[in-house]
Ligand binder design. Structure first.
Ligand code: GLU
Length: 165
């Protein structure tokens, strides 16, 4: 089972998210990652393996900011590796996902025909790009539209680049 967490507040989001994810380690996972709103927009660090790997990557690539999302992955679609680790992101958003998108292949084919490209084997990247394709500037409205198209069992935490708060 994966772990999924989001934070917006006055503390360093990276610290809060790492702490929260370590509290979820008992659920089991194969990779982890976080996205944070930094001064330069959303930035992401992720890694296969233990949270220790993520923490050491964050030492050489710190993500200063006060709002972010984090994930520990239990792979269902695609092997455990850096590319398949969450968050999955586009220019507009970054997303972490707990669960399975059952109709991901149908949606992926539709998105491919719209010109989207995919770098991972996950069902999650399909959800991220579906929401990107529907994005109207209103996150809640867009997520409702996506919900009508997504089949399966899922929880998301999402950052929208144009909603840094
Ligand atoms: N189905 C997604 C994946 O394989 C999410 C798995 C999870 O809940 O960690 O990446």
């Amino acid at each position: 089972m994966c772990g999924i967490v989001g934070y917006a507040g006055s503390r360093d989001a990276s610290d809060v998210l790492l702490n929260a994810l370590s509290g979820l380690e008992y659920r089991g996972y194969d990779s982890s990652g976080i996205s944070i709103f930094t001064q330069n927009g959303i930035d992401t660090v992720k890694s296969k393996g233990r949270l220790q790997e993520l923490a050491s990557r964050l030492k050489s690539h710190p993500l200063p900011g006060r709002c972010g999302i984090g994930h520990t992955r239990w792979a269902t679609h695609g092997e455990p590796n850096d590319l398949n680790a969450h968050p999955h992101f586009t220019k507009k958003l970054s997303l972490v996902h707990n669960g399975i998108i059952e109709n991901y292949q149908t949606l992926k084919n539709q998105l491919l025909s719209q010109g989207y490209q995919f770098e991972s084997q996950t069902d999650t990247e399909v959800a991220a790009k579906l929401i990107d394709s529907l994005y109207s500037g209103d996150p809640i409205d867009t997520i409702r539209q996506a919900q009508a198209l997504l089949e399966g069992s899922y929880a998301f935490a999402i950052l929208f680049a144009d909603h840094p708060d």
